[in-house]
Write a protein that binds this ligand. Structure first.
Ligand code: RIB
Length: 304
């Protein structure tokens, strides 16, 4: 089996649950506070590793208690952490999250994640068939350097441009598979979507990002499932009916599961179906990294 390499953020998620989100200027009483391992890069690496792919994470932690706890947790998931550096003089990335009625708001303070450099991604050795994954909680030059190395080695690159920010054609040109939700697609295509927009509207926006006809664009639509533009063909994967408790990390679960499936040589449509099932399990649990499913759980969901 090929390897999955994830260059990305590692955060401690400080999660408060409440009956509803406060309005600006308002205080509401919370119900509980949790400390969950998170960060988009770490979540994606945990998903890939739990689903059976040999996985390497490239990232930075602060030299503090959160950093130590996260390293212990990630090592216990079987992830290769030889490219996760401890950085003196800054704190471990921290996300302040409010969860109410299964929806979240997140403020991320990047800390050490912001200091990941192109030199950091230069050490791991990628091979043909490997899968290189990244997202936007680390600096764009590091992602570009990582994807250049991945392409030179014959690996497939997956970019999850989250949280959304503008990026140039040089980085887009290095992407084989783009995975984004409707908010990120709306930002990049300079349009706004409604929850019940027809699939054709999303696909029309996705075509603007398919500057290379080989590039696959996957749009994750939560309850509505997934739309994918594969060459000129459109694939629709129906949403799974589940009771969501906390959607934090569901997109990361999808990306990590997709990467693991592709590393295992699965065809893209099967891999998307599998990733959709994995994400439907993730939303039924609290927390990001700890709610990633095992391969047995995804297999059971697919049989149902
Ligand atoms: O995608 C979910 C993640 O976003 C959380 O784990 C949080 O750390 C933020 O980075």
């Amino acid at each position: 089996m090929a390897r999955v390499f994830v260059a990305g953020s590692i955060n401690m998620d400080v999660v408060a649950t409440a009956v509803r989100h406060p309005r600006v200027g308002e205080t509401v009483a919370g119900e509980a506070v949790h400390y969950f391992p998170g960060g988009k890069g770490a979540n994606q690496a945990v998903a890939a590793a739990k689903l059976g792919a040999p996985t390497t994470l490239i990232g930075r932690l602060g030299a503090d208690a959160f950093g130590q706890q996260l390293r212990t947790f990630l090592a216990a998931q079987g992830i290769d952490l030889s490219s996760v550096k401890e950085t003196v003089g800054t704190h471990t990335g921290t996300a302040i999250i409010t969860v109410a009625a299964a929806d979240n708001t997140i403020v991320v303070v990047p800390g050490a994640n912001a200091l990941l450099t192109a030199a950091d991604v230069a050490t791991p050795v990628l091979a043909e068939g490997d899968i290189a994954v990244s997202q936007f909680e680390i600096a764009l030059p590091a992602i570009e350097a990582f994807f250049k190395r991945a392409r030179a080695a014959g690996a497939t690159t997956i970019l999850n441009p989250a949280p959304a920010q503008a990026f140039g054609p040089d980085l887009l040109g290095l992407v084989d598979i783009l995975v984004l939700n409707e908010t990120e697609l709306g930002f990049l295509a300079n349009t706004a979507f409604e929850a019940d927009d027809p699939a054709a509207r999303f696909i029309e926006a996705a075509r603007h990002l398919q500057t290379d006809p080989e590039r696959i664009i996957c749009i994750t639509l939560g309850k509505r499932g997934v739309l994918a533009l594969i060459g000129s063909e459109i694939s629709t994967i129906a949403g799974r009916k589940v009771k969501a408790i906390d959607t934090t990390g569901a997109g990361d679960c999808f990306v990590g599961a997709l990467a693991a499936q592709l590393a295992g040589g699965r065809p893209i449509r099967d891999a998307l179906d599998y990733a959709n099932a994995a994400a439907s399990i993730c939303v039924q649990r609290m927390g990001a990294a700890p709610s990633m499913p095992t391969a047995a759980e995804v297999a059971a969901a697919l049989r149902r």
